[in-house]
Design a protein around this ligand. Structure first.
Ligand code: 5AD
Ligand code: SF4
Length: 348
């Protein structure tokens, strides 16, 4: 299991298509072996605080889109700090601040205040997942203490991107924002949805090549889950078994990109109760337990059947630590668990 494998685009497509159980096992075992070589059996945590579901955008696939008739909320500073305190007490090491996209100055000031307070009070790594913003706003968030940023490209195929978004959502601006994040000094994360309507095996292989070309540090990917509140619901995907394809994308990305951080995303658990564990034994090394207060979770349904919606943050902590034990992995307690790729990249 120590010999590395080298993948061409053709190999990637072959693995995406295969239904051969032995080939699939070989792929997952190789990816797990490389992950353990890089990270031992440590999984790094980022407690995710879904602090607001307001969104200016109208992506065709998302349950939080502007036109969705859902109850909107913005957590108060105290509520957010309370979640950050929990992450600190549970030795999570890091948190993620996630919301829909809001580009007002009022929101920016609110974020700067929250980020700098968390930075001052708790020694926690901080990932931001707040959508596209102008470069000077992102710079201010970085200066306040955010050091990692997740912005999924959703698909690297521009014409597919256009089918998934209204006309005023710009693929080019998304690319530009990823460049801006890197220029500012963030650890940059991106990712795609898997099994989207119109998406092909070739698109998925190109996504992995895109991650490499963009020199990204972190990856968050998961299956597309059709949501009846969103207009894309009416288009059936071409590819079958989005969950298996997502596991394969995790494994192939690990083998192709090697030293990046890869999340076992919550969406992985939508189609399979052990989805996140399976991802963590196929190349993923990051877990994002939800710490959002329970009463708000039902209003943060990005897609239908989202797991953990009825649970408390304590239940999520207990559940996740048990899940890790079941696969002989453990939490990297109190560590930032930064992307190894990022540290190599900035030394160049
Ligand atoms: N299924 C799966 N993932 C989704 N996202 C949005 N809508 C869906 C869906 N229907 C993902 C997008 C976005 C992230 C916050 O949630 O990739 O970037
Ligand atoms: Fe808003 Fe993000 Fe959903 Fe698009 S995917 S509608 S930007 S929350």
């Amino acid at each position: 299991m120590t010999q590395e494998i080298y993948l061409s685009k053709k190999d990637i497509i072959k693995y995406l298509k295969t239904t051969n159980a032995e080939e699939i096992k070989y792929l997952f075992d190789k990816a797990n072996a490389l992950t353990e070589k890089l990270r031992g059996n440590k999984i790094h945590f980022r407690g995710i605080i879904e602090f607001s579901n307001y969104c200016e955008k109208n992506c065709f696939y998302c349950g939080l889109r502007r036109d969705s008739k859902i109850e909107r909320y913005l957590m108060t500073k105290d509520e957010i700090l309370n979640c950050a305190k929990f992450c600190h007490e549970k030795n999570y090491g890091s948190l993620v601040l996630q919301s829909g996209e809001i580009t007002t100055n009022k929101r920016l000031d609110f974020l700067i205040d929250i980020i700098s307070t968390i930075k001052e009070k708790y020694n926690l790594g901080m990932t931001l997942s707040l959508g596209e913003m102008p470069k000077n706003s992102l710079q201010k968030l970085f200066d306040a203490g955010g050091h990692r940023y997740l912005l999924r490209i959703e698909t690297s195929n521009e014409s597919l991107y256009k089918k998934l978004h209204p006309k005023n959502h710009s693929f080019k601006n998304r690319l530009k924002t990823l460049d801006n994040l890197r220029d500012i000094g963030f650890q940059v994360g991106t990712g795609v949805m898997i099994g989207l309507p119109f998406q092909t095996y070739e698109d998925l292989a190109n996504d992995i090549l895109f991650f490499k070309k963009m020199d990204i540090d972190m990856l968050g990917m998961g299956p597309y889950v059709a949501d009846e509140k969103a207009p894309l619901y009416k288009n059936a995907p071409i590819l079958k078994d989005a969950f298996m394809l997502s596991l394969k994308m995790v494994a192939l990305s690990r083998l192709y990109l090697k030293d990046v951080n890869i999340a076992a995303t919550t969406a992985m658990q939508t189609f399979d109760k052990k989805g996140r564990e399976k991802a963590m034994t196929a190349g993923a090394n990051i877990l994002m337990p939800i710490v959002t207060p329970t009463h708000l979770r039902k209003n943060y349904m990005i897609y239908s059947n989202k797991p953990c919606v009825e649970d408390t943050k304590e239940q999520c902590f207990n559940c996740i630590t048990a899940r890790l034990r079941s696969i002989n992995k453990e939490m990297g307690q109190n560590q930032y668990g930064d992307s190894l790729h990022f540290h190599k990249r900035i030394q160049k």
